[in-house]
Design a protein around this ligand. Structure first.
Ligand SMILES: *Cc1c(COP(=O)(O)O)cnc(C)c1O
Length: 230
């Protein structure tokens, strides 16, 4: 197991992001690092914050709410990145700044309905089933434009872009293919309205390929926090 302290792991990830951005002649300030803290304790998040990270991604609502309470003294930005059951839409709308995993209209409408008036609009990425796997969550590329139009019309949501978790692939060019499709899908939506500036793609094992295809948010768990417990 990798026992380097957090600060070294975070520095290593930031260096990978910087190098990948440089290779694609992109400026790294357009790529943000989302630390995926699911299955890791609040104390790990606190340490990561002390190392300079402010954006954290969670997949399980109850676990996330407990950590938010414990870390209420820190100015953190919370992102929901897991599957959404419709009966969880309300607490998600009330407690998160971003949701990366919207894949149907019903969930989007509920998130908008429940977003408190005093908070800024909920920042939304639509999750796309980019590898066409039947069992995976995510909207299909065919249904994406209709869902995007619907989300853009919801008053308390701000559509920012797309998210995907491609099927695992081995080589660099194989990893790039689905990310390229997601980039093209976002470009296809950009005529619908302004502000579509986000590609949430790339994790610990494929962030270089994602950055080469234009990722603006890489979601890294294992690379920062080490292996997950469950
Ligand atoms: C767990 C998870 C990640 C992080 O994956 P790692 O391989 O640990 O970096 C990223 N995105 C989503 C949606 C996840 O559920």
């Amino acid at each position: 197991m990798d026992e380097r302290p957090f600060s070294a792991k975070i520095a290593k990830i930031l260096e990978r992001v910087r190098l990948a951005a440089e290779k694609s002649q992109r400026t790294e300030d357009r790529i943000s690092l989302l630390a995926v803290s699911k299955n890791h304790p609040a104390e790990s998040i606190r340490t990561a914050f002390e190392c300079g990270l402010e954006d954290f991604g969670e997949s399980y609502l109850q676990e996330a709410l407990a950590k938010m309470e414990e870390l209420a003294d820190l100015p953190l930005t919370w992102h929901f990145i897991g599957p959404i059951q419709s009966n969880k839409a309300r607490p998600i709308a009330e407690h998160f700044a971003w949701v990366h995993s919207v894949d149907r209209g019903k969930i989007a409408r509920r998130l908008s309905d429940y977003r408190p008036a005093g908070m800024p609009p909920l920042q939304i990425c639509l999750q796309v089933n980019i590898s066409g796997e039947t069992s995976k969550s995510g909207v299909s590329l065919e249904e994406l434009p209709r869902l995007a139009l619907e989300v853009m019309q919801l008053p308390r949501l701000q559509l920012r872009g797309l998210m995907a978790i491609p099927a695992p692939a081995d080589g660099f060019s194989e990893q790039r293919e689905p990310f390229a499709r997601l980039r093209e899908a976002l470009a296809g939506l950009q005529s619908l309205g302004p502000g579509l500036d986000t590609l949430s793609m790339g994790m610990s094992d494929d962030l270089e390929a994602a950055i080469a295809e234009g990722s603006t948010i890489v979601r890294v768990g294992t690379g920062i926090f080490g292996p997950r417990k469950r």
